[in-house]
Design a binder for this molecule. Structure first.
Ligand code: ADP
Ligand code: MG
Ligand code: ZN
Length: 471
């Protein structure tokens, strides 16, 4: 049964976060009114000439260096095909001389995935098919937005080194974190700024690789894993039924969770690559590459290790946090709070649980201040969480001022005693059981005090007061 092994190699397209497009000065902006960021170059009008965007090359080199690739002299080619979202009928891409080649990524769980190449190319326009399922097949009409045409891309091709959907998912998550950390992309998969094609085959361990299928355009980590798992099972079923896998391009249907045929390899296009005559070879100088290398931002692995070293003990909250460190710069916040004197585990817990949603993060100072107020007992846990929520609207807000505004006055011991007295008086039998040794009931009384004080009481102080009353 489980004797099959899944083989996966991924091709990831990443849109670069430049101000302008790859070969013209049009804005590189997602979400603008369709067909407003276009010019003769990116519309492919006859006689227009491309001029390479130096900023895009720099980001592509950052990617190559971050992926441990060799950055080499490279050339651009024309990849010819006829499709409405590619108006000049060819895409400028790199073919046999990519900018970056021969690297690797180390995944957090310890495996290493080889990077074959990471080359530059331009994006196509975007088609929207109306009526039917959203695919061109069965659509009534199609709309084309050329704003994306000519946006700089880097395509990162992995070696067939992955062995499960889970590992492929971890690879894309780590790759994405690296690309975001070096400032190359915003990494928004749902907006299409990162798109993944998965090549999947199965074999018995030790056998040569089997025939692969390529699943196109997976736009979330979840879809990637589901598509791979479905596809591997499909191929295993085919082989076990005595049939064979046909090499083809497939698409993944989110609704059904299945992959289906798009086109077979026999119908696949011959792209007739030839060198782009309007662009000179790209030969970045050693000095420039070294400068880019020396300015490269810390990578996720180093940032995680730094955070772990600062904290020491590894808890589930920390593991959660570490997974999103780069995305949300949560390591910066936690380090600031620790440096300001907040207990590390408290800072981690608050960052992992209260700041995991989208939205603007509090400034390091505001976050650190909130953690300190809680650590000192000035704010209860519930109150601290509310201050963090309020900081979403004013990221640089003063936590103490926000606490005052929310009416969070630290309860003095006298007030706490009064509330606890009332709770005990209202629940004599529970109190008796607690006094008789049923420890679970401590939490019952903490709950009563918290409810009566609307969360203002400091949890640790309440627990201490309850324990002190026990005969
Ligand atoms: P193509 O030029 O057709 O895209 P490549 O040789 O460049 O083919 O491979 C594309 C991707 O497919 C790479 O990520 C590679 O690792 C992966 N790949 C190649 N062979 C297999 C296989 N047998 N099973 C799974 N993935 C594979
Ligand atoms: Mg391919
Ligand atoms: Zn343009």
């Amino acid at each position: 049964m489980s004797a099959w092994e899944t083989i996966i190699g991924l091709e990831v397209h990443c849109e670069l976060k430049t101000a302008t497009k790859l070969f013209c000065g049009c804005p590189n902006m997602f979400g603008d009114e369709p067909n407003t960021n276009c010019c003769p170059v990116c519309l492919g009008l006859p006689g227009s000439l491309p001029v390479l965007n130096k900023g895009a090359v720099e980001l592509a080199i950052r990617i190559g260096l971050a992926l441990n690739c060799t950055v080499a002299p490279s050339t651009f080619h024309r990849k010819n095909y006829f499709y409405p979202d590619m108006p000049k009928d060819y895409q400028i891409s790199q073919y046999d001389q990519p900018l970056n080649a021969g690297g690797w990524i180390d995944l957090p769980e310890g495996s290493r995935v080889g990077i074959t190449r990471a080359h530059m190319e331009e994006d196509t326009g975007k088609s929207t098919h109306l009526g039917g399922t959203g695919r061109i097949h069965g659509a009534d009409s199609s709309l084309i937005d050329y704003n994306r045409s000519g946006v700089p891309l880097v395509e990162i091709v992995s070696e067939p080194d992955m062995r499960s959907g889970v590992q492929a998912r971890a690879y894309v998550a780590e790759l994405r974190a690296i690309l975001v950390a070096v400032g190359a992309t915003d990494g928004r998969m749902e907006e299409g700024s990162m798109r993944v094609d998965a090549n999947v085959s199965v074999r018995k361990p030790g056998d040569p690789f089997g025939t692969r299928c390529e699943i196109k355009n997976l736009n979330s980590l979840r879809s990637l894993q589901r598509a791979i798992e479905y596809e591997a099972a499909r191929q295993i079923d085919l082989i076990e039924a005595g049939e064979r896998v046909v090499q083809e391009t497939r698409h993944f249907d989110e609704q059904t969770g299945r992959t289906g045929t798009m086109r077979s390899k026999e119908e696949a296009t011959d792209y007739r690559y030839f060198p782009e005559p309007d662009l000179v070879p790209l030969n970045p100088s050693r000095a420039w590459i070294d400068e880019i290398r020396s300015n490269l931002a810390p990578l996720p692995k180093a940032r995680r290790e730094h955070l772990l070293a600062a904290v020491g003990e590894v808890t589930p909250a920390l593991v959660d946090l570490v997974a999103t460190v780069v995305d949300r710069d949560l390591d910066t916040l936690v380090s600031a709070a620790i440096n300001a004197g907040a207990p590390a585990q408290l800072a981690i817990a608050r960052a992992a649980n209260e700041l995991d949603a989208d939205g603007v993060l509090p400034s390091p100072a505001s976050f650190a201040g909130t953690c300190q107020l809680e650590a000192s007992g000035r704010l209860s846990a519930t109150q601290a969480k509310q201050v963090l929520a309020a900081l979403l609207d004013e990221p640089h807000g003063d936590p103490a001022a926000i606490a005052d505004r929310l009416g969070f006055v630290a309860m003095d011991d006298g007030a706490l005693d009064t509330v606890l007295d009332a709770a005990i008086a209202d629940h004599p039998s529970e109190w008796q059981r607690y006094c008789d040794g049923d420890d679970k009931l401590a939490q019952f009384f903490v709950g009563k005090v918290m409810a009566a004080t609307k969360g203002k009481a400091n949890g640790k102080a309440v627990i201490a007061a309850i324990a002190a009353r026990r005969p």
